[in-house]
Design a protein around this ligand. Structure first.
Ligand SMILES: Cc1cc2nc3c(=O)[nH]c(=O)nc-3n(C[C@H](O)[C@H](O)[C@H](O)COP(=O)(O)OP(=O)(O)OC[C@H]3O[C@@H](n4cnc5c(N)ncnc54)[C@H](O)[C@@H]3O)c2cc1C
Length: 407
């Protein structure tokens, strides 16, 4: 089932549900509705929300997942074609450990969903020299039992002759790293959620009525309300708009332009496993996956981006810079055309830690986001973490501290 068929089916079933007592609550808090109200309402079906909803559903909760555009839309940060999966995280051990667990969880979910999601590529970090952060990555990976290889410029040239390594003094390879088909993964998780009895609503929601320190419901555009016992707002780059006073200064939303460059016909040097996923200061890139072309991503872009309304069209100056970079790192691709582009946005916190915490005004509302360019890989494990926080189950206190609002 592709995304269009999936949304058609789920929206149709939602139509039936929204007109039933479980989702409309004009008479709230009438007891009949309270009995049937979903235990948890998750708003946002990106990497944070869809996995949270799936985890909670699997734990037996009644869950409604609400997304303005549906899971895997091109406006969501999680709606891009590919994201990297790696354990290397500098000295940030809690994220490294979560990423390591997530690697296994991705494999299990891929088997369960029955769709090809993971492409083994390895990940190569390039640098001019051994920086403290590169050394920290290597020693952390070693401590966690994750294989690495330190490569000299000579090793790099021998192993990856399709790349040029001008200015590179060292490469750190994490051979077990991979790339995940991101959009497909979000859609597959959304489908699993619905298959397991979750309710999906393709609607925009905002906080509705509250009583004391409890949020009672969310209000959909058009006035329908969804009541719940617990709420998770996992709205990615929309969070600062939804809660401007709380998050306006805590989460910034810059834009990013992504380019796919064609590879010559019959040339397999730029496909996995011949070419790895890699990163360096200023750029990172992916091999040509599913014939899309080599993906080149600058780490610069517009300082603010409006995810609902801004045009997703690349700018002439970023095209020029990406071309110059391509010619430097992949001389054999210098004359190749751009085959696709994407314009995406980040939701960055100041210290790049996620935010997962209670809303200060409501005890039953959890905010989950601030992915800061690195949350996707954690999805299947992050969903468990956020889900447990949402329903008050125990979690790692050190992680709780790291991702609190007031830090
Ligand atoms: C260019 C780029 C490259 C990246 N590379 C990597 C990588 O290689 N590896 C990695 O791990 N991470 C990577 N990331 C980060 C990762 O993609 C994000 O951290 C993650 O996708 C964020 O997920 P999210 O759920 O917070 O937000 P989103 O995916 O944006 O999801 C939010 C959802 O909420 C919905 N929504 C918003 N407001 C409402 C509302 N009011 N009502 C209903 N629904 C609403 C939206 O429709 C959307 O679907 C990258 C990010 C970017 C931009």
């Amino acid at each position: 089932m592709d995304r269009r068929e999936f949304l058609a089916v789920t929206t149709a079933s939602l139509g039936a549900t929204t007109h039933g007592a479980s989702l409309t609550d004009a008479a709230f808090p009438a007891p009949a509705i309270v009995e049937q109200q979903p235990a948890v309402v998750v708003i946002g079906a990106g990497a944070f929300g869809v996995w949270t909803a799936l985890y909670l559903r699997e734990q037996g909760h009644q869950v409604t997942l609400v997304d303005a555009y549906g899971p895997g839309s091109s406006r969501a940060t999680s709606g891009d074609e590919t994201r990297q999966l790696r354990v290397g995280y500098g000295d940030r051990e809690l994220y490294a450990r979560m990423a390591q667990r997530a690697m296994g969880a991705w494999q299990e979910r891929e088997r369960e969903f029955g769709v090809p999601l993971i492409v083994p590529t390895g990940r190569l970090e390039l640098a001019s020299d051994w920086s403290p952060s590169l050394r920290a990555t290597q020693s952390m990976l070693t401590r966690l039992g994750v294989a690495t290889e330190a490569l000299t410029p000579e090793d790099l040239r021998r192993r990856y002759p399709q790349m040029s390594f001008d200015g590179v003094g060292v490469g750190l390879l994490e051979p077990g790293a991979a790339v995940v088909r991101a959009k497909n993964a979000i859609i597959a998780a959304g489908q699993a959620f619905v298959r397991k009895g979750g309710t999906l609503a393709v609607q925009r929601a905002r906080p509705g009525r509250s009583t004391g320190r409890q949020l009672v419901d969310v209000e959909l555009e058009g006035g329908t309300r969804i009541a719940g016992a617990r709420f998770v707002f996992a709205c990615g780059p929309w969070l600062p708009r939804l809660f401007p006073e709380l998050l306006g200064d805590r989460i910034k939303v810059p834009g990013r332009e992504v380019f796919y460059f064609g590879v010559p016909s019959g040339d397999t040097r730029f496909m996995p496993p011949a070419m790895p996923n890699y990163s360096e200061s200023g750029y990172y890139g992916f091999p040509s996956i599913d014939g899309r072309g080599v993906k080149v991503c600058p780490t610069t872009g517009p300082v603010t981006f409006a995810p609902d309304t801004d045009e997703r069209v690349v700018t002439a100056h970023e095209v020029r810079r990406a071309r110059a970079y391509l010619a430097k790192r992949f001389p054999a691709l210098a004359g190749q055309p751009i085959t696709e582009t994407r314009v995406c946005q980040l939701e960055n916190t100041v210290d790049e830690h996620f935010i997962v915490d209670r809303h200060p005004a409501w005890d039953n509302v959890l905010i989950a986001g601030g992915g800061s360019g690195h949350a996707f890989k954690h999805g299947p494990v992050l969903g468990e973490y956020v889900g447990r926080r949402a329903v008050g189950a125990s979690t790692d206190p050190a992680f709780d501290q790291m991702v609190r609002l007031a830090r």
